[in-house]
Design a protein around this ligand. Structure first.
Ligand code: AMP
Length: 457
């Protein structure tokens, strides 16, 4: 997980407030830490980082006043490395070639091997995040030109990386050849932006220019925008299906496909595949299941109702200091509306089951309110395999659908019935060629070659 954003103004306009706003719109991609890095007028790079949400980690007014035409930012949700501040990004370094800043979304599958090789050459690591490998690789390349060193570093990486970087005084956007995580270019007036998602471009008033292509490196400097290709030709692409299912914001567009439209279509297909005769109402798990539940209701003709209200100010990191508060549990976040639920046969739609806790709590809450039956419909296939490409999933043994078959899981969560969509439905709803979509968390089909690849410096 994680979100990246960057901006460059060839006319020397200040861009840091835009980067702050961009991160604000990408908050859903990471809530653990946020940071920005920018070029200084006297040369070199400065950065600010903090823990927690963007508005707590960074000071908007301070950033808005800083004179810098080139900046990148990051919101973090840790997949590798812990949540301590040393792992917050962008990571910065002053190398013999030029100053660098790196903001990374994704997860490198060969970081451990590369790190060992770099350490044997004397590199000293300051964090436990895989992103630091990228900085050291660039620093260790023999080239004098920083961009040559960058390209020669990127070809050594395996796995997922969507990067917003400062290289010298230029903004660089790069995407791995497999295209795991989204990355898009935008423009307003003369300013070029790079962003994980289009929703952040909307906020800064920029229009979408195009996506950064898998394997492409885009360099934005005073002389304009340049594009280079990494000499890596993968057998197929791996655009993440889970971005459409859960992770991306519904007002974003990925590979030309509206995330909202895909989620609604997933709900419709779910209704066709797993109808629920006798249902009185369809409701969505707030907020992750809402859009798919609208699709389910539309297709099935069963009315949609909001049956649970979510306190939207409760973050992921809600602290449970006392036993009393711990026992309030899910009620702190979600409160059911008894009048809607009592005596009804309720269809609850959610986007996914990971460990199974959310689903179990939701069902028990609805049943306590006097629901007659609760039928659960999930708008993705069962998540049976961990993601190694940048989404935080638990190990296989913790994944509910890997441990149990459908009937066992149905019992475990306390549902009167439980159904998922198929992988085929998912791919059809996404509407992109099958050979360009990663479904590893559902199918276990990981990228080939990542594991056998021998790391080299
Ligand atoms: P669980 O309670 O572990 O089964 O989590 C499932 C819920 O978490 C669903 O409502 C999803 O919307 C949401 N979810 C799915 N994947 C993730 C993830 N990688 N990180 C956080 N939440 C997730």
């Amino acid at each position: 997980m994680c979100g990246v954003f960057g901006a460059f103004s060839p006319d020397g306009k200040k861009v840091l407030e835009d980067v702050y706003l961009g991160l604000y719109a990408l908050q859903h991609r990471g809530q653990e830490a946020a940071g920005v890095a920018w070029t200084k007028s006297e040369g070199g790079i400065s950065s600010r980082k903090g823990t927690g949400l963007v508005h707590l980690a960074l000071d908007q007014a301070v950033l808005a006043a800083i004179e810098s035409p080139c900046a990148v930012g990051h919101v973090r949700y840790s997949t590798t490395g812990g949540s301590e501040i040393t792992n917050a990004q962008p990571l910065t370094a002053s190398t013999s070639k030029c100053p660098l800043a790196v903001a990374h979304n994704g997860n490198l599958t060969n970081a451990q091997g590369l790190k060992l090789l770099l350490q044997n050459r004397g590199a000293i690591f300051h964090s436990t995040t895989d992103t630091e490998v990228i900085l050291h690789l660039i620093a260790h390349q023999p080239h004098k030109q920083p961009l040559d060193a960058l390209l020669d570093s990127l070809v050594r990486l395996r796995g997922a990386y969507s990067l917003a970087m400062i290289v010298g005084d230029r903004l660089v956007a790069a995407r791995d050849p497999w295209g795991f995580r989204p990355l898009v270019l935008g423009r307003r007036d003369n300013i070029t932006y790079v962003s994980s998602e289009t929703c952040a471009l909307d906020l800064v008033g920029a229009s979408v220019v195009r996506e950064v292509e898998p394997g492409e490196v885009v360099i934005v400097g005073k002389d304009g925008v340049d594009s280079l290709r990494l000499p890596v030709e993968p057998k197929r692409r791996f655009g993440c299906a889970f971005e459409f299912v859960y992770f991306a914001r519904p007002d974003s567009v990925i590979s030309g496909r509206s995330v909202y439209a895909v989620r609604k279509e997933l709900g419709k297909r779910l209704a066709k595949r797993a109808a629920c005769p006798g249902a009185s109402l369809v409701t969505g798990m707030p907020d992750s299941g809402t859009i798919a539940s609208l699709g389910y209701a539309e297709e099935s003709g069963v009315p949609y109702e909001q049956s649970v209200v979510r306190n939207r100010y409760v973050g992921r990191t809600f602290i449970e200091p006392t036993n009393r508060v711990r026992h309030l549990g899910v009620r702190i976040k979600l409160n059911p509306i008894t009048e809607v639920i009592k005596g009804k046969n309720v269809v609850v739609v959610d986007d996914s089951i990971v460990r199974g806790t959310t689903c179990e709590r939701m069902i028990s809450m609805i049943k306590t309110c006097g629901a007659n039956q609760v039928h659960v419909r999930i708008s993705s296939p069962p998540v049976r395999f961990p993601c190694y490409y940048g989404i935080d999933t638990p190990t296989r043994v913790e994944l509910a659908a890997a441990r149990m078959n459908l009937r066992q899981l149905e019992q475990e969560v306390g549902a009167d019935s439980l159904a998922y969509i198929t992988e085929e439905d998912l791919l059809e709803a996404i509407g992109l060629p099958e050979q360009s979509v990663c479904t590893a968390c559902f199918s276990g089909e990981y990228m080939e070659g990542g594991e056998e690849y021998e790391p080299q410096l």
